[in-house]
Design a protein around this ligand. Structure first.
Ligand SMILES: [Zn+2]
Length: 502
């Protein structure tokens, strides 16, 4: 990276994938950046002397929660979603700035410029708006753009059924503790909508607008009453704010949806005015072709979370059906990348490997993969189309990832191998040397610039270990969560939630 007196920053690269899958790679290019945008893309005069880079548009993560501690660390490996959820509370709340900043740092180190934060895990210990401010501040310091979706729910705190019925299905010894911690304490729809307004006002007054788009975040239909979903649909129509919601993530959610909405759960969303271009549905792992067709027709987005669906035993999303139906599909990591490391490049490759087609069939092209990994996600983050997102062309946002080309092509036998092939064969987060978001270099030499990630992570771990050592009661809650997971298994396996939905 070099800067001139005219405030244009230049990035020299041995290879440029300006529009991966759609345009061939260009050799020896100089990218000029000014005012946060790509100002020029020109052939470089003469060979540079610095490290050789492969430049490509930054990635987007259209569904995440900015979680800090990994699932297996919390003892939740091998749990399906339904019994995995309570494990997220196996550790006490921590400082929200430290949690968010370390999580965002991992995202940008892995090349993500746009990130949806469905804020389902509130750390607590301070008013909600103050916690949201800490998250916004972390996004600004790290330099990532986030869609902050305020988590909203008002029913079914323990399982896909009213809490009283679920509690009777649990062993008596854990009922009180589970009720106290997990039973839903519903707030009225108007109150939940007002909280989103408060957060939006904070973002505006705090000057976080360049980094944060506030969204409505209904957790899912099985967790939100119709009154709450209707209020959200109306508020989104009034304010233009995006909506982010989980949908048909597991086979049990499919069963629940078919019981609760025999006329079709997607048609239900449409009937209450929620199915609009402002909506992003996370997962849709168990959606049917006719449901995908309606989602496509209404212009809503889908965020597919490939590793998360494997990690939580949810299934493999019908991504090729989604593409066939014309859905706008974006990549989500859901805090559950395959190696629990937020590696977005590996995540994109995994989705491609699963969905590109078998034998000589092609069911997902590299261009479609790039739409999924980079072009479509920014819309789910900001709520509106972002022109030229996912492309490095003049006028596009200067969201650039630079990989260490000599590390990616470390055999270097043939000069004519397509760089995109190498990227899709083996590219991962360890190859990322530099990341630029909106013209600001946020990662250099593989390290985040805006915060001291290593120090913050060490601090967070030290505080967590101290809190766990001091809090004998938390060990009791962990044992309760393990017992709850055992009791929920027959509850779901035998379909006992079927008769109590609505
Ligand atoms: Zn999620």
């Amino acid at each position: 990276m070099t800067t001139t007196a005219t405030d244009t920053t230049f990035f020299d690269c041995a290879w440029l994938l300006a529009d991966p899958g759609a345009e061939p790679a260009q050799r020896d290019v100089r990218i000029g950046v000014a005012g946060g945008r790509v100002a020029s893309v020109e052939a470089r005069q003469g060979m540079g002397t610095g490290p050789r880079r492969l430049a490509l548009p930054a990635l987007a993560n259209a569904h995440d929660h900015a979680r800090t501690f990994r699932s297996a660390t919390l003892g939740a490996f091998n749990q399906p979603l339904e019994s995995w959820l309570p494990f997220l509370g196996a550790v006490p709340g921590m400082d929200p700035y430290l949690c968010a900043a370390t999580s965002f740092a991992r995202s940008v180190r892995n090349g993500v410029a746009h990130l949806v934060v469905h804020y389902t895990r509130v750390q607590g210990g301070m008013p909600y708006v103050d916690e949201a401010r800490a998250v916004a501040h972390a996004a600004q310091d790290v330099g990532v753009r986030i869609g902050f979706a305020v988590s909203m729910r008002d029913r079914n705190g323990i399982a896909y059924c009213d809490d009283t019925t679920v509690l009777t299905a649990l062993r008596p010894g854990i009922r009180d503790a589970v009720a106290q911690r997990l039973a839903v304490k519903p707030a009225a729809p108007a109150q939940q909508i007002a909280l989103v307004d408060e957060v939006a006002a904070m973002v505006q007054e705090g000057g976080y607008g360049d980094h944060v788009t506030v969204q409505y975040g209904p957790t899912a239909v099985q967790w939100c009453s119709t009154a709450l979903l209707e209020a959200i649909a109306q508020a989104s129509a009034d304010t233009g704010r995006p909506v982010h919601m989980h949908m048909l993530e597991t086979k049990y959610q499919r069963d629940w949806a078919d019981h609760a909405h025999p006329g079709g759960i997607v048609k239900f969303l449409d009937s209450i005015g929620l199915l609009t271009p402002r909506l992003t549905l996370a997962h849709c792992t168990w959606a049917r072709p006719e449901e995908l067709a309606l989602i496509a027709e209404r212009g809503a987005s889908i965020a597919v979370n490939t590793s998360s669906n494997l990690g939580l035993k949810s299934g493999i999303a019908p991504l090729t059906d989604m593409l066939k139906q014309g859905c706008r599909v974006a990549m989500g990591l859901d805090g559950m990348a395959f190696d629990e490391d937020d590696d977005a490049l590996r995540e994109a490759r995994l989705a491609y490997a699963l969905h590109r087609g078998w034998g000589f069939d092609t069911t997902m092209t590299p261009e479609q993969l790039w739409g999924f990994a980079s072009r479509h996600g920014p819309r789910s983050v900001s709520g509106a189309a972002v022109p030229s997102s996912g492309r490095l062309v003049v006028g596009a946002p200067a969201d650039i990832v630079l990989l260490d080309w000599d590390a990616l092509d470390d055999d270097a036998l043939f000069a004519d191998i397509d760089p995109l092939d190498l990227l899709l064969a083996r590219g991962n987060g360890t190859h990322i040397a530099e990341v630029c978001i909106g013209g600001r270099t946020v990662v250099e030499a593989g390290r985040v610039i805006g915060i001291d990630e290593a120090v913050m992570r060490a601090e967070l771990l030290a505080r967590m270990r101290a809190a766990l050592a001091a809090d004998a009661g938390h060990g009791g809650w962990r044992a309760t969560v393990q017992a709850l997971a055992q009791d929920l298994a027959p509850f779901y396996r035998d379909g006992r939630f079927g008769g109590c939905c609505g």
